[in-house]
Design a protein around this ligand. Structure first.
Ligand code: NAP
Length: 350
């Protein structure tokens, strides 16, 4: 089949670069439009981007012109958004109103009632909110969001546990990579030899986004999952890969063997359909006492899997475990691309 043209809003940033690297050889999508701010517009992409990924900038993309992120500037109907939240708030609805299909990483509309906040394995049925969104807003296009990068990997591990045992309470302590703050992000003199016990706005996202995604779509609304999360979020001097230490109370008793088994057997729609970006397995359990680690485990499943380790009893809640996931791949660009693959497979991108 011929590849579908796609554009990237915020193409020069940390997440925009991930989109380029993941889409350059994609079997279903072809990058045709790169959009960014006035700083970059009108220039050749290769001249304006400060490329920060290990993989080289694809030569074909380097030659593309950057256009100003404004409706009317993109030819592709499918757009991946890596805009900062303030710009996304203004621009994403404007593109959707013009008939574009937007897959956004920004937080601006994640919690809006008629915007699906989707992890393809967890709640693909929430995509049915799109009809309500289009009716509410008079859009020919639509906006689908994916979750905050730290929340994404937490949710990927909570979902199989919710299905198997029910969840009563979650405590989570994050150690988040520098790239999670974009480029150039946190000043090096704040982060080297240090830890910053605050990541702007992340704790609120960790308290709310999982409950929407793990909630049920009923009568055109999401009924949020009914448990509480307490999150402590920290920035650490790691380049890529968010680590999280989780304590959890279940509704039903579980053994260690059962917990490990439900993680290992977690296969959902993207795996069953064999979507190009779907990691299989979606969750990898490491038994070594000192895993997962960012440098060693973040590229598991091409950066799309969540890696779990140290499943052990908790003295306060029921069980504890550690998790690690790539923040700009599964936690951002890769998660958006997987949502778009699912919708293309379902015939919803035409
Ligand atoms: P970033 O590195 O700061 O990149 C921001 C991008 O937005 C750049 O391409 C920039 O273009 C463009 N931009 C800025 N102002 C603009 C304007 N007024 N009009 C049009 N384009 C504009 O940020 P990032 O880390 O890639 O994050 C992008 C989005 O993804 C944010 O909403 C972030 O919260 C979200 N997110 C990030 C991560 C992560 O791990 N980094 C994970 C999940 C979600 P110029 O270069 O031309 O200025």
């Amino acid at each position: 089949m011929s590849r579908i043209p796609v554009g990237i809003l915020g193409a020069t940033g940390a997440v925009g670069q991930r989109f380029i690297s993941l889409l350059a050889e994609h079997p279903w999508f072809q990058i045709t439009d790169l959009l960014a701010s006035e700083r970059s517009a009108g220039k050749r992409y290769g001249d304006v981007v400060k490329w920060v990924l290990d993989a080289p900038l694809p030569a074909s993309v380097a030659e593309l012109p950057v256009r100003l992120a404004q409706p009317g500037q993109a030819d592709a109907r499918v757009l991946f958004s890596a805009l900062p939240a303030a710009q996304a708030r203004e621009l994403e609805p404007a593109f959707a109103a013009k008939g574009h299909f937007l897959f956004s990483n920004a937080s601006a509309y994640r919690m809006a009632d008629d915007v699906p906040l989707v992890i393809a394995e967890v709640n693909p049925e929430h995509l049915n909110l799109i009809e309500i969104q289009q009716a509410n807003r008079g859009w020919e296009g639509f906006l689908v969001c994916n979750a905050n990068c730290t929340a994404t990997h937490l949710i990927c591990t909570l979902h199989p546990l919710q299905l198997a045992f029910g969840i009563e309470q979650v405590m989570v302590v994050s150690m988040q990579a520098a790239s999670g703050a974009g480029y150039p992000g946190v000043p090096s003199m704040d982060l080297i030899d240090n830890l910053v016990p605050h990541t702007y706005g992340e704790e609120k996202k960790m308290h709310t986004e999982p409950l929407k995604i793990l909630g049920a779509l009923e009568n055109g609304r999401v009924r949020f999952a009914d448990f509480h999360i307490s999150a402590h979020c920290h920035r650490v001097p790691v380049l890529d890969g968010h680590f999280e230490a989780v304590s959890i109370a279940f509704s039903r008793a579980a053994t260690r063997e059962q917990i490990v088994e439900v993680f290992r057997e977690y296969r959902r729609l993207p795996q069953e359909l064999g979507l190009p970006s779907a990691p299989d397995p979606a969750i990898v359990v490491r038994e070594a006492m000192d895993r997962p680690q960012p440098r060693l485990d973040r590229m598991t499943g091409g950066g799309m899997a969540t890696v779990v380790g140290r499943v052990r009893p908790c003295n306060v809640l029921d069980w504890r475990y550690a998790l690690l996931g790539h923040n700009t791949i599964r936690g951002a660009a890769g998660g958006s691309i997987l949502n778009a693959e699912l919708m293309l497979y379902q015939g919803r991108l035409s």
